[in-house]
Ligand binder design. Structure first.
Ligand code: C2E
Ligand code: MG
Ligand code: MG
Ligand code: MG
Length: 292
């Protein structure tokens, strides 16, 4: 009796597994079709220097204009393709698209650098730098220095040797790197010492809490000092209020990104935002922090 029940349970489990897998494969097909149908789009969020208002770049953030479900956040579909070859197809599409955008903006006299997010899985590919060189070669009018790559601190970065090597190869092409969501991942001082990155992006969770939580304020201060010690640029993500910007400026963090400046915008809205943008007066009037 027990044996039969066990067998039935096993079959039931198998059926469910099949259903889930089927749904998963269908979803992968939808993403793949969506890419071919041009349903994906990059939005752009400005990165600025708070005191001067200078635009230092724009981060490309992917969106899926789904025919039935509307505009989808990357958090709904990227996790489904992590580690899957599709994540590389998509990653390369993002790089292409960003380079095309740089070409378009160049013709409109918008001088800007674009940063793209690249998954750890993609960066782990042994031919990543080679492919990047090929893609750059397809856009000869783009200066590679106008492309930046944001990587997350994940367990895969623990393969420090590969990651360091890969970043070095890309740096030789002229492409620089930022360490994204800093403070939430696996970072250690060793990473910071070894990774040839240009910019540290402080995770938005610390910015969000700093007005209420003294510990987060201390973490912010520590990250900013670390960045200075390693001579990396430091940028705060998720700056939603003028007040948050004020405090960051007091702590010596000059670069920011967030809703207080602009939400991520469709590429076509970006020039208009740029011509109207002015930093809040409080940021302009803040004193330049010099540390000794
Ligand atoms: P991220 O790279 O850390 O990007 C910042 C996220 O914070 C974006 O969410 C952005 O819309 C959001 N954000 C910006 N300013 C504010 C703010 O002031 N307040 C709040 N609450 N949020 C703000 P988004 O676009 O949903 O992207 C989520 C994550 O998905 C990104 O985090 C990035 O890790 C990943 N992602 C986005 N596009 C791509 C892509 O093309 N490729 C890869 N591999 N990952 C991507
Ligand atoms: Mg990012
Ligand atoms: Mg981030
Ligand atoms: Mg993030």
């Amino acid at each position: 009796q027990a044996k039969i029940a066990g067998k039935n349970r096993f079959e039931f489990f198998n059926l469910q597994l099949n259903d889930n897998l089927k749904a998963h494969y269908e979803y992968l097909d939808q993403i793949s079709n969506g890419l071919n149908m041009g349903e994906f789009e990059l939005y752009y969020q400005p990165k600025v220097e708070m005191r001067t208002g200078n635009l230092i770049g724009a981060e490309a953030l992917i969106r899926w204009q789904h025919p039935d479900k509307g505009l989808l956040s990357p958090l709904t579909f990227l996790p489904q393709i992590e580690e899957h070859p599709l994540s590389i197809t998509l990653g390369e599409w993002v790089i292409h698209q960003a380079l095309k955008q740089l070409e378009t903006w160049k013709t409109k006299n918008i001088a800007i650098a674009i940063s793209v997010n690249i998954s750890a899985h993609h960066l782990m590919q042994s031919n990543f730098a080679e492919r990047l060189a090929e893609i750059l070669a397809e856009h000869p009018s783009v200066n590679p220095a106008d492309l930046q790559i944001e990587i997350l601190e994940t367990s895969q970065i623990e393969d420090l040797k590969h990651t360091t090597n890969m970043i070095n190869l890309c740096n030789k092409l002229g492409v620089s790197f930022a360490l994204d969501d800093f403070g939430t991942g696996y970072s250690s001082l060793t990473y910071l010492k070894k990774l040839p990155i240009h910019q540290i992006k402080i995770d938005q969770s610390f910015v969000k809490e700093m007005l209420y939580n003294i510990n987060d304020l201390s973490i912010l201060e520590a990250i900013i000092s670390l960045a200075e010690a390693f001579q990396h640029e430091v940028l705060a993500e998720g700056v939603e209020t003028i007040e948050q910007g004020n405090i960051l400026l007091q702590l010596g963090c000059e670069l920011a990104q967030g809703y207080a400046i602009s939400k991520p915008l469709p590429a076509s809205d970006f020039p208009n935002w740029l011509s109207n943008w002015q930093p809040p007066q409080e940021w302009i009037n803040s004193e330049l922090q010099t540390h000794d």
